[in-house]
Ligand binder design. Structure first.
Ligand SMILES: *[C@@H]1O[C@H](CO)[C@@H](O)[C@H](O)[C@H]1NC(C)=O
Length: 504
């Protein structure tokens, strides 16, 4: 049958109309984002989380010196480091993971970070952590891993500058081992040592020395850190155990030193430590298997590692499981990561954004690896190329910045609509600069925490816990599952923003 000209015109009109409607509906989803600005904001956030004596070039000036006697009771100088989230405790395990992520970002995307004018700030954020770890590692087999405790800290709502809560410090040692935290701190220091090799070889060497000792300590005296430091339990309980951190530390030490002993460790313990047996769907401060598996897969493509290809391929198949899970390309739905109706990866209710940011970071790195080695990702439901991995990482980041059903940026300070009531003691209380008077423990709860008003200080660059599995979000300070931000949420974004900035 012949189509008449009139019909054709009607058809094209209808098509036009449909397209226009689609454009209107999806316009908010086609926004382009300023990743360079977002990157700058992430690095401000680490200044807001600083503990200790703040330097003259501190840019976040609603903060002031705090925790200046940390460690004093125990006779050790533990001034410095980072508060991990909205409270004033310094937790060693997530702090170290934060520094590992930041260092990895600067290793992979140093040029992009520099092009955005942020390299110095990124290195400062890393060094604020590594300087602290050096202080905390007082003997080869002693590492101080926590200052303050969640229980008494949470009893008060106080700016860090006013803290009256106990600042007792806790350590792991030969009799009270802590392989997770020793391993993660070793990984952080090893990764950072790579960065300082050229600009500050002496410091780089020092970092590496501490990293090697900490790894040996964690490996020789094996034990769960939250059994030794019980105050960490319930806050940063290590569910996955320490074997992932030991593999993670070894593979970072291998990257930093190229010494065979570390590679040997990763290969020989691959099976017993779960490196080649665990198929994961999350990458987090607790679970590093997919990080180890991704790095091992990248080693496989180097000629000198061909002789280890049997084990490295086993690692790769588990890395692929993780990436395919994120892309919804494993056959069984239980092997894939859930998504919200708006398309956000969804692992669990409390601080879901950490998993999203961590996934986006790993996806970006792996996509660049596939691109550089001319490979594809092999999934049960098909093959995808590097561009698809990066595009998916971008979709997650764009959701974070505002392409979402709430039309909200979950990166505080970005855009015009972002969370106003971040669950954060310092940000929700008037600044020390504005009021140097003492604000007491429960006074903070009465006057600031309970207030329905927006926070007086904007915690720029914080990535909050984010929406629920229906993309819904309630901007209420007491809603800590959605409104608390953590250092490892933002740390993962540094690398992804840098990578996407390079697309602009
Ligand atoms: C996945 O599903 C495809 C298509 O149904 C099938 O050919 C393939 O064997 C499955 N793979 C696995 C590992 O189950």
């Amino acid at each position: 049958m012949k189509t008449s000209k009139v019909e054709k015109n009607t058809w094209s009109l209808t098509l036009c109309f449909v397209l226009l409607s689609l454009i209107t509906i999806f316009l908010p989803f086609c926004e382009s984002f300023n990743y360079g600005q977002a990157l700058s904001q992430t690095l401000l956030y680490f200044e807001a989380q600083r503990s200790g004596h703040l330097p003259h070039n501190q840019r976040v000036n609603w903060r002031h010196h705090s925790g200046l006697t940390d460690g004093l009771e125990q006779g050790v100088d533990l001034v410095g480091g980072y508060y991990d989230a909205g409270d004033n405790v310094k937790f060693g395990l997530p702090m170290a993971f934060t520094v590992t992520l930041l260092s990895w970002a600067a290793i992979e995307y140093g040029e992009e970070i520099a092009a955005a004018g942020e390299y110095v700030h990124a290195m400062e954020a890393i060094k604020w952590g590594t300087d602290y770890f050096i202080k905390a590692h007082t003997q080869p087999n002693v590492l101080w891993v926590e200052v303050g405790d969640g229980e008494t800290d949470h009893y008060c709502w106080q700016r860090p500058e006013d803290m009256t809560t106990p600042r007792r410090a806790y350590k792991v040692d030969e009799n009270n081992p802590g392989s997770e935290v020793a391993g993660e701190t070793a990984a952080a220091l090893a990764a950072a040592s790579i960065l300082f090799k050229k600009t500050n070889p002496h410091y780089s060497h020092l970092l590496l020395q501490h990293a090697q000792q900490l790894f040996e300590f964690g490996d020789k005296f094996k034990g769960k850190y939250d059994e030794s430091v019980e105050v960490a339990k319930g806050y940063y309980t290590s569910v996955s155990g320490y074997m992932d951190e030991l593999l993670w530390a070894a593979i970072w030490l291998y990257k930093a030193t190229e010494k065979d002993e570390y590679l040997k460790y990763v290969l020989e313990n691959a099976n017993d430590f779960g490196g080649t047996t665990w198929a994961m769907t999350e990458f987090s401060w607790d679970v590093k298997y997919s990080g180890v598996q991704a790095i091992a897969s990248m080693l496989l493509m180097e000629e000198k590692h061909k002789k280890h290809e049997v084990i490295l391929k086993q690692y790769r198949s588990k890395a692929e499981h993780y990436f395919c899970a994120c892309l919804n390309l494993n056959n069984a739905s239980k092997d894939n990561v859930d998504r919200t109706p708006g398309g956000l990866l969804y692992i669990r209710q409390w601080n879901n954004m950490q998993y999203v940011a961590n996934a986006a970071f790993l996806l970006a790195i792996y996509s660049d690896h596939l691109l550089a080695t001319n490979q594809k990702l092999h999934c049960q439901k098909g093959e995808v190329g590097p561009n698809e991995l990066l595009a998916f990482a971008k979709s997650q980041v764009d959701y974070i910045l505002g392409s979402n059903p709430m039309g909200m940026s979950y990166l505080v300070g970005y855009g015009s609509n972002f969370p106003q009531r971040v669950h954060h003691r310092g940000a929700s209380t008037e600044s020390y600069k504005g009021n140097m008077g003492f604000i007491g423990c429960t006074q903070g709860y009465d006057n600031w925490y309970e207030s329905p008003k927006p926070n007086p200080n904007i915690l720029i660059g914080a990535l909050v816990g984010g929406p629920d599995n229906k993309d819904q979000f309630r901007d209420e300070r007491r809603n800590f599952e959605q409104l608390e931000a953590c250092t490892y949420n933002t740390a993962a974004l540094v690398g992804v923003f840098a990578r996407l900035y390079n697309l602009e």
